[in-house]
Design a protein around this ligand. Sequence first.
Ligand code: 5AD
Ligand code: SF4
Length: 463
Amino acid sequence: MKEEKFKKQEEFIEKIRTSNFTRHPFYYILTMGCQLNENDSEKLCGMLEQMGYYKTEEMAQADIILFNTCCVRENAEEKLFGKLGEVKKLKEQKGTIVAVGGCMMQEEHIVEKLKKSYPFCDIVFGTHTLYQFPQDLYEVLNKHKTVQDILQIDGEVIEGLPIKRNDPYKASVTIMNGCNNFCTYCIVPYVRGRERSRDPKDILDEIESLAKQGYKEVTLLGQNVNSYVGNGNLGIYRFSDLLRAVNKIEGIEIIRFISPHPKDFKDDVIEAIRDCKKVSRLVHLPLQSGSSKVLKAMNRKYTKEQYLELVEKMKQQIPGVTFSTDIIVGFPGETDEDLEDTLDVVRKVNFEQVFMFIYSRRVGTVADKMENQIPEEIKHKRFDKLKQLVESQIEQNNKKYIGTVQNVLIEGKSKNNPEMLSGRTDTNKVVVLKGTEKDIGTILPVTIVSEHMWYLKGEKHPL
Ligand code: 5AD
Ligand code: SF4
């Protein structure tokens, strides 16, 4: 039934593919933002390649230029408008088709700005209508009109889309769309709508097929994965049930998930991580702030103490567990003391990795209307203070790896040195080592010999 929705698109894919038979057209895609957006882009690439387009890294070579946008922070907007400025010339010179999609297109003020300042965009599509891209493109190609394809209500989960994955050994699988939490700083619930969980059978089929294709690692994606509730032929699945089921899939060796919400991290999920050996011992647990006052203003629904208790409980129940996190500095009303609370949590948890963000005002959110906004200069000073602490911790943590043997999924040749291979530990640390092509795509025991801030150096451990 759900696949039926995409059937109609397959007709458009076929029509465009036929018209491309005697050509070798190219597409260029730029993805901004999170892994969910990356996963959406993989689907766009899948559709484009079925339609006979080939990927290029050069905008000037492309017949279609596609921007898949993000709106979580302001800098993505600046980037998009900068890129559209560049594209304008290409459009004038060779009539390149320009398509802009993703989260930013769910914001009315952005679509208005596009219409006014960048009227040459041929397709503007939102997050709920991504699957209709073939039809939108067909209309541009054959009816020579521009298409605006944005739905303000929540789209259903559409199954059966083709996908062209970025990596050969690790894959992302979206398990749910949307978010119900309305953290006061966050635009996501407005642009991605309410939570919709995929049918567990569809997820498990997808992962089984990945395993058959040789994939070793999967990352389960969602804005709030631990409130996943799937319902279908297999009955009701909670997130913990899903973890246990994926853990049984032969061939898959590493399971990751982003992002859970601390408030929903119930015992069944902790027990599932404990019991499932393939689930990574690096758990991403977004903190956002270490101050209970700021957390309340953010509508995060936990306190500093509750967060620390959860970490302690997990450390006790899951031997070897480590954490990564997201932190925002400069939220309205944050004081120096509030920042100290954040630094205190960072010291206590000793995160393996911290994604640090400067608070960015988002039109339409509750926090944007708060009066006690923090001046940019102070936000930057606080960011630097946090960064200093995080970097010193990473350095310390890296030292602990020296002399240990880590299981490393070898992902390919190192980007900076093609003589070397590069992979990742279970805790997501980059490891660079000597090896042969045969090692790529395997999980090897590697002895860590030195540390270099953003990567570790290793040697293959004799088997
Ligand atoms: N400003 C800064 N960072 C933000 N994030 C979400 N919204 C904002 C914002 N308005 C961060 C949060 C979230 C991550 C994906 O992005 O830390 O976990
Ligand atoms: Fe945004 Fe909060 Fe939902 Fe995460 S949980 S997507 S931060 S509203």
